[in-house]
Ligand binder design. Structure first.
Ligand SMILES: [Ca+2]
Ligand SMILES: [Ca+2]
Ligand SMILES: [Ca+2]
Length: 545
């Protein structure tokens, strides 16, 4: 046995060797210098310089201001290549209270451009604005491209790109949280590939949550050609399918294109993915709210609210019956409730129940609410749009799908009246370490709030306070489909969509809907050029502000 002094020394040595590495902070600022040490007072100029210093567990704090990228040869704005680790991600966060703007407009190689390229695992990006990615050759550019695992992309504002907004092209278990993607339009493909969000990976477990997509020329969300299962929840899609800020036809115009492999389907060898679409809102999209896009196999459409889309739910198949599950959904306003249902489960929906759907079911149908600013933490704006009134007959009419609810049963639609707001996702539902286990954590929080019952219901019926909020992500899978309802007859509706094979996993070989092409053909080449010139000028003006 050694002396006390020796023992202490050994303990000290153990303590030293096993203590977690100290997490460091690095700073980046528009007026910084990459020769600086990266401190608050002497920040770096570029995120990539900070990345060379950062290790797992470290945080890079990015000051507000414009980071303008300019090159005729570089094809990527920021390439993230260094991985963090589980529970110790590398964080790239906006400095608190500030907005770093990544402006890619002067990145003009005669090649495809990527604004932010995430090629690593276990990183967490938060609070950035990404704009101006150009399309200079045919084929997709990308505003934000994800091709790694277990990354969290949070509170990004991705807009005015000639490209899809946030695309997961490979990788698994990524979480896209509280992001906005809007005014994206790819002129060289007639708008046919600029979706707000895409999940097109062979990897499973990718989740989009708390997002908004609007004024994108193609779709709001698109899961086409994803061999891995994707989930989109608590997210909104509105006014997609037009050339942004115009009433000129863009491309497909679905709010949530929830799967598919073309028509006829080119189904992956692993089988059709089982996607989940729940607690979402789609309104005013050019053609469809929620779209199955010929998907073989099963998609779960649960507790969604669609209104004022030409077809609110379109379940078209390529011939063979599908096995989708539609439950607890609302179709309201103008447009067909559901078209082309062909196999699966369709019950406990507003169109299958003995209920009436009218404007007096809702606290508000003022669509402008959906454009409101997010909370400082990135949460969706509180709104009364599409929330049910206390006396609506759509309340407590849903089937218990094992999600938290208030009252005697779940309500129909995306918002459960009387349910307490979800736990702040930044300290409860989402671990900083990545997306891998986030839904489990969220589910636990949700269950706790459900236990509290109608506390939030006390909010009453004033029109300025939301009567409740969306449930957090449930931990459990929805129960499997139960009894089948008689399929509804397809009502036709907006039948102009092509197969929609417009975004493949590699982001290339993309075809545009024939209808979109033909509509632009009417414009003529000079019209398109004029349009592009106008948009670019408008963008410059917007950015100069
Ligand atoms: Ca699309
Ligand atoms: Ca009613
Ligand atoms: Ca209820």
């Amino acid at each position: 046995m050694g002396s006390p002094r020796t023992t202490l020394a050994i303990v000290g040595l153990i303590g030293w060797c096993c203590a977690p590495a100290r997490a460091d902070d690095y700073y980046v600022a528009p007026a910084g210098d990459d020769d600086n040490p990266g401190t608050l007072d002497q920040p770096f100029a570029t995120v990539e310089r900070a990345e060379t210093e950062a290790s797992a567990g470290d945080t890079v704090l990015i000051r507000g201001g414009v980071y303008a990228f300019s090159s005729t040869t570089a094809t990527v704005g920021v390439s993230f290549t260094k991985s963090g680790s589980q529970n110790q991600p590398i964080r790239y966060f906006a400095y608190p209270g500030e907005t770093p703007i990544f402006d890619l407009f002067e990145l003009t190689p005669q090649q495809r451009v990527t604004g932010l390229d995430v090629r690593c695992n276990w990183i967490h990006i938060r609070g950035l604005e990404v704009r101006g990615v150009r399309q200079l050759v045919v084929g997709d550019s990308w505003a934000v491209r994800i091709r790694g695992d277990h990354n969290v992309i949070e509170h990004l504002d991705v807009h005015d790109n000639e490209a899809p907004g946030i695309f997961i092209t490979s990788g698994e278990s990524n979480l896209v949280l509280n992001c906005d993607s809007h005014h994206n339009y790819d002129p060289l493909e007639d708008g046919g590939n600029a979706d707000g969000f895409g999940c097109h990976s062979t990897g499973a477990g990718n989740v989009l949550r708390g997002c908004r997509a609007w004024e994108n020329s193609d779709d709001g969300y698109d899961f086409i050609n994803a061999a891995g299962a994707c989930t989109v929840e608590q997210s909104w899609a509105f006014r997609n399918g037009w050339i942004p800020d115009t009433n000129m036809t863009g491309a497909n115009g679905a709010g949530f294109k929830s799967g598919g492999y073309g028509n006829p389907p080119n189904t992956p060898a692993s089988g059709a993915a089982h996607h989940v679409v729940r607690f979402n809102v789609a309104f005013g999209n050019r053609s469809i709210g929620f779209y199955a896009n010929y998907h073989p196999g099963a998609i779960d459409f649960l507790n969604n609210t669609a209104f004022d889309n030409p077809s609110n739910f379109d379940m078209r198949t390529a011939g063979s019956p599908s096995s989708h599950t539609l439950r607890n959904n609302i179709a309201a306003g103008t447009g067909n409730a559901i078209v082309s249902f062909n196999g699966g489960t369709d019950d406990f929906n507003s169109w299958t129940l003995p209920v009436t759907v009218a404007s007096d079911d809702f606290v508000s149908l003022d669509k402008m609410q959906a454009y409101a600013e997010r909370g400082a933490d990135g949460s969706l704006p509180a709104m009364t749009l599409a929330r049910l009134r206390e006396d609506s007959d759509l309340i407590d009419k849903g089937e218990d799908l094992s999600f938290p609810f208030a009252g005697s049963a779940p309500d129909l639609g995306a918002f459960e009246r009387g349910l307490a707001p979800p736990v702040d996702p930044t300290d409860g539902g989402v671990p900083d370490a990545g997306a891998g286990t986030d839904s489990g954590a969220g589910g636990a929080a949700g269950a706790a709030t459900a236990g509290a019952g109608g506390t939030a219901g006390a909010a009453g019926t004033t029109s300025t306070q939301p009567p409740g909020d969306m449930p957090d992500a449930p931990a459990m899978q929805p129960p499997s489909a139960g009894t089948m309802s008689p399929p509804l007859a397809g009502a036709g509706g907006a039948g102009s969509l092509a197969a929609g094979n417009d975004a493949d996993a590699s982001g290339c070989g993309c075809r545009v809907a024939a209808s979109a092409r033909s509509s632009h053909a009417l414009l003529g080449a000079s019209g398109v050029l004029l349009l592009v010139a106008l948009r670019r000028r408008r963008r410059r003006v917007r950015m100069a502000r």
